[in-house]
Design a protein around this ligand. Sequence first.
Ligand SMILES: [Zn+2]
Ligand SMILES: [Zn+2]
Length: 330
Amino acid sequence: MKALVIEAPGSIEIREVVDPEIKKEDDVLIRVTACGICGTDIHIFGGLKSARYPVVPGHEFCGVVEVVGKRAAEKLKEGDRVVVDPNLSCFQCEACREGRINHCTNGMINQGVNLDGGFAEFARVNVKQCYRISRDMPEDVAVLGEPLSCVLHGLDKAEVFPSERVVVFGGGPIGVLIYKCLHTIMGVSDICIVEISQERINAARAAGVESISDTIPQGEADVVFEACGSVEAFESGIRMLAPSGRLVQFGVPVEDAIGRVPLYEIYRKEISIVGSFVNPFTMKRSVELLLVYQDLFSGIAVTRLSLEEAKSVIRGEMATSGFLKAVVSF
Ligand SMILES: [Zn+2]
Ligand SMILES: [Zn+2]
């Protein structure tokens, strides 16, 4: 089959690879129908310690069940449409048994990072990673299953109350998902996105975001989401927090990024800085929200690219600021 392969940091190719096959009883072979491009794919191309090389990137994918292993057949059948959770923990280590499955210490699988992912015609996954969806859920909505599940984990950690003031740094797909969840589903009215790219601002507006600007708002915020992985955004976010404020580090910074924090302010204002990593137990909720709020989440992942174009995006040769989430469809 044809696949996009990151051979090593800095080296990416589209080439023929061996078709994945069912090996274990709970394996499922998926014919990939759509896979979103994410900043993480670009990080893997740049060189990521947690990645395996060579690897087929792509961790935001959905598709159709092609073959099911013996035990997987109890849950899924050929032709079922599914959204895939790319992450699979052992459920046996101490962290997993305490419910912190995103901190699994026993070889957690992150498909598209340390195991082949969705930028290929087929992908092998475990039945536990599959969430069945109806035939009529639009592809551009279904493909948001994984990013939205990560957003829900970040929202869980922030515990935002509807009357709180929220600022989101970064108007990419994650910032827009955070905005839509808080503004429309959770009823947070005082919320805005800060985004430096005018093209991104236009794209976010086209996707239904009302409050987005290239300048940092005056005044305090109760909750800040850093959703661009930038040290400047992190430091600006900390400075604007009100007493009892929380900053959620959601964007993926480069691995050696260091942000400065004003210690006295942390002490005096009782500020919290919390991280948010992947999607522990949030996939089911994500898929349910996508089903209920189909209209709200349509218009984010509407840009369709070929595998060739995805390669150019990951190599940094094709600008991505004119759209939110680009998706490769097969
Ligand atoms: Zn992603
Ligand atoms: Zn574990």
